[in-house]
Design a protein around this ligand. Structure first.
Ligand code: ADP
Ligand code: SF4
Length: 719
């Protein structure tokens, strides 16, 4: 280990518990909760195995009124919830880590879609997040909900949790709603002064401590500042944050601090530097005698060592860095910092959850969420009994690079990764040149560095492979990973047909690749970007062109510019940036035709409502199309494949279906793991963890054994 990182491995006392080091996986949603107990246990357990001292659940409801369905929470309402979470605690304890639970009552942020119960809040104000209101709690409601916290805490203690967090964090927790004037309009002893507004949280913490005694450490999950709030109801670290720490420091064992709303807390790398929260935490540090943990998208050991060494925080909190690489602590301890699979801050992980409660995924780590249901381990790979089969992968985008990496880890003796461009990386190479997306290059850098260490993987760049090249190459397995390109005709999810004129005036029409990869000059001052994709591409190009001085109009048939960006918690920041740059935003409009100097369109809700724009250029961000020619030529020539002794031709990534980077990486990873199954094109079954009448737990385990008998072969240091 680098001696500068040694302070990160000093144990620290937290109330009645001891952290073995300074690494703490903060509570974060996963879409697993108590609904997928196996996935929950193995996801969290993997971090314990990876060396983290403490690992938390996601938000955990203490009362049936705190129902957030369809978003999936943990719950501690009865014995069944206890049973499902016990599996997680056991798995975390198996690797000598502490298990934490984050207790939450959502107040007006609830949905109530399953229980159909109303929820209480300090005052009857509606939630901008859920769109729901609440009932104003009277004193008996306050006592009742505090008892729910106590009952859940006792269940947590009985299950074996070591850390019990009572959260006052933005987006979902009653203690915060009492703290913030924005929510709390009361005039009794629970409203008004800071001391009064802190009363609910203080009483709840005291009652929980009283109930669980010295068995558990009590954690205060605290949002220090409402961030970017200029109203007179803002919660400001300089007075409110400091004041709360002074009022509660005596009764908590650990502070788990965060700043701002969800889209600030889950800070996208596009807008926030790592540990941007430092200035805020420094303000409360002098008032906190108890240890402080805080998140900061920490992936760099130097930054971590400085944050702890300078005494700003005591414990490195992480959610996304641990999703991207559960083995960060182990890698730092072993002096293998260059093996860290760094989070790129893209927020694809949280987007699935935000988009209706879906399961966790990760752009960098294909194994996240697959630890139980597919039996995948991020650092361990099965040996193959077909390792001598030479494999040729054509296309070194995310899918091809990841597949080569997995085959390399599995000990395949000759893996050749071929790329037409002069560098590997595929579309990430130019996507990461869009404003704010520099950090996305880590998708390439991590894989490039790993492949460079593998003597069994050969990377060939600068050669475009055609059918004859592949047939002559001498590989028995060919994997096509040739990616996708943006459509040039304006065909979109809305119309499924081209925009008239798109092909007639090629000098006026651009695709994202024209602008970013070919660097075609966009002539003229007025540019219309047509975004039917709804993720980052349209708004990023609008941003780039506006930054270059163009007058940009961004048109989308959707009701919201970049609607998926609101799932990645970037939407508000992107809108702000576009408005700052003077980009004209036109929603709910589709293009009809392109002519020199003019683009026409209509309102998607009323085709007679026509509109036209005078522009010099149009950038079409409508949909991508798979680059499939090579795969089709190969599979159309079975006799030639046989004579060339090619036994199988497979395809992965965007050349199958254009998808987000996370799915291309997943596809490459999946094939790498399963290439030696009887039918590698068809994924092996996985454990679905749904109720199956007549099935027993052992039946699930039976499926798991069938999916992957785990016999690790590489990475000896991690075993
Ligand atoms: P994915 O996201 O599926 O990995 P990308 O589009 O990012 O796909 O990457 C595909 C890569 O394949 C690109 O870098 C492209 O240059 C490369 N490629 C496409 N066709 C060929 C070919 N015939 N020979 C070599 N490389 C190719
Ligand atoms: Fe980081 Fe993106 Fe993975 Fe989330 S999805 S952990 S932000 S790399």
């Amino acid at each position: 280990m680098d001696p500068r990182h040694a302070p990160l491995f000093e144990p620290i006392r937290v109330g009645p518990k001891t952290f073995r080091n300074r690494f703490y996986v903060a509570p974060h949603c996963s879409g697993l909760g108590v609904e997928y107990p196996g996935a929950q246990a193995y996801l969290r357990g993997m971090r314990a195995e990876g060396g983290w001292a403490a690992v938390n659940t996601e938000y955990c409801a203490v009362d049936a009124e705190s129902d957030d369905s369809p978003w999936v929470q943990a719950r501690l309402l009865d014995e069944r919830d206890e049973a499902n979470l016990r599996l997680m605690v056991e798995r975390v304890h198996e690797f000598d880590a502490l298990a934490g639970v984050q207790l939450v009552y959502m107040g007006a942020d609830h949905t109530g879609y399953v229980t159909r119960l109303p929820a209480g809040g300090p005052s009857q104000v509606a939630s901008a997040m859920s769109g729901h209101s609440c009932y104003a709690m009277d004193k008996s409601d306050i006592r009742r909900i505090q008892q729910s916290y106590v009952a859940a805490a006792v269940r947590a203690r009985n299950v074996g949790f070591d850390l019990i967090q009572v959260a006052a964090r933005e987006g979902f927790s009653l203690p915060l709603q009492f703290l913030w004037r924005y929510w709390n309009h009361r005039t009794d002893e629970y409203g008004g002064s800071l001391e009064n507004r802190t009363r609910f949280w203080r009483e709840t913490l005291e009652q929980v401590r009283e109930a669980v005694g010295d068995d558990c450490a009590i954690v205060a999950g605290f949002c220090l500042d409402s961030f970017n709030d200029t109203s007179d109801r803002a919660f400001k670290v300089s007075d409110d944050g400091v004041g709360v720490v002074e009022l509660l420091d005596d009764i908590v064992d650990l502070w788990d601090m965060q700043v701002g709303h969800l889209e600030d807390d889950v800070s996208s790398s596009r807008f926030f530097e790592p540990f941007w929260q430092r200035d805020y935490i420094e303000q409360v540090r002098p008032y906190a005698k108890k240890p402080i943990a805080a998140v900061g998208r920490f992936t760099d050991p130097e930054l971590m060592a400085r944050a702890v060494g300078d005494g700003v925080i005591d414990i490195i909190g992480a959610a996304r860095p641990a999703i991207s690489d559960p083995f960060i602590p182990t890698k730092i301890r072993e002096g293998r910092g260059d093996d860290i699979r760094e989070c790129i801050g893209c927020n694809m992980c949280v987007s699935r959850f935000n988009n209706g409660g879906g399961r966790i995924v990760c752009t960098q780590n294909a194994t996240v969420g697959e630890e139980y249901r597919r039996g995948w381990h991020p650092e361990k790979f099965n040996a193959s009994d077909r390792a001598e089969d030479p494999v040729l992968i054509i296309g070194a985008g995310p899918a091809g690079m990841e597949c080569a990496r997995v085959l390399g880890e599995r000990g395949f003796e000759a893996v050749h990764l071929a790329e037409a461009a002069t560098e590997i990386g595929g579309h990430v190479n130019w996507v990461s040149q869009l404003p704010g997306l520099r950090t996305w290059r880590r998708v390439v850098e991590y894989r490039e560095a790993q492949l460079a260490k593998m003597s069994n993987v050969t990377v060939l760049t600068g050669k475009h492979f055609d059918l004859e090249d592949v047939l002559d190459y001498g590989a028995s397995t060919v994997i096509v990973a040739t990616g996708a390109s943006w459509d040039r005709t304006g065909t979109s999810p809305l119309t499924h047909v081209p925009v008239s004129g798109a092909d007639a005036y090629p000098t006026m029409v651009f695709t994202p690749e024209d602008v970013m990869l070919e660097k075609r000059a966009v002539d003229g001052d007025r540019v219309l970007v047509y975004d039917c994709d709804g993720y980052f591409m349209g708004s990023s190009l609008a941003q780039k062109l506006a930054m270059e001085g163009k007058k940009v109009t961004l048109v989308t048939p959707a009701d919201q510019v970049g609607s998926y960006l609101f799932h990645t918690d970037e939407g508000g920041h992107v809108m702000h940036a576009l408005l700052d740059l003077g980009v004209e935003l036109v929603t709910s409009h589709a293009l009809d035709g392109i002519e020199p100097g003019t683009v026409s369109g209509h309102n998607v809700y009323h085709s007679a409502k026509k509109i036209s724009w005078s522009v010099d250029a149009v950038v079409l961000v409508t949909q991508r199309r798979s680059r499939n020619d090579l795969y089709e030529q190969l599979t159309a020539a079975p006799d030639r494949l046989r004579s060339a002794e090619i036994s199988q031709v497979l395809r992965i990534g965007d050349c199958v279906e254009p998808r987000v980077i996370a799915e291309a990486v997943f596809d490459g990873h999946r094939l790498g793991r399963e290439i030696d199954t009887p039918d590698p094109a068809t994924p092996l079954p996985f454990i679905r963890e749904q109720r199956i009448l007549g099935w027993r737990d052992e039946d699930y385990d039976g499926v798991l054994r069938h999916v992957l008998p785990l016999t690790p072969v590489s990475r000896t240091s991690l075993r």
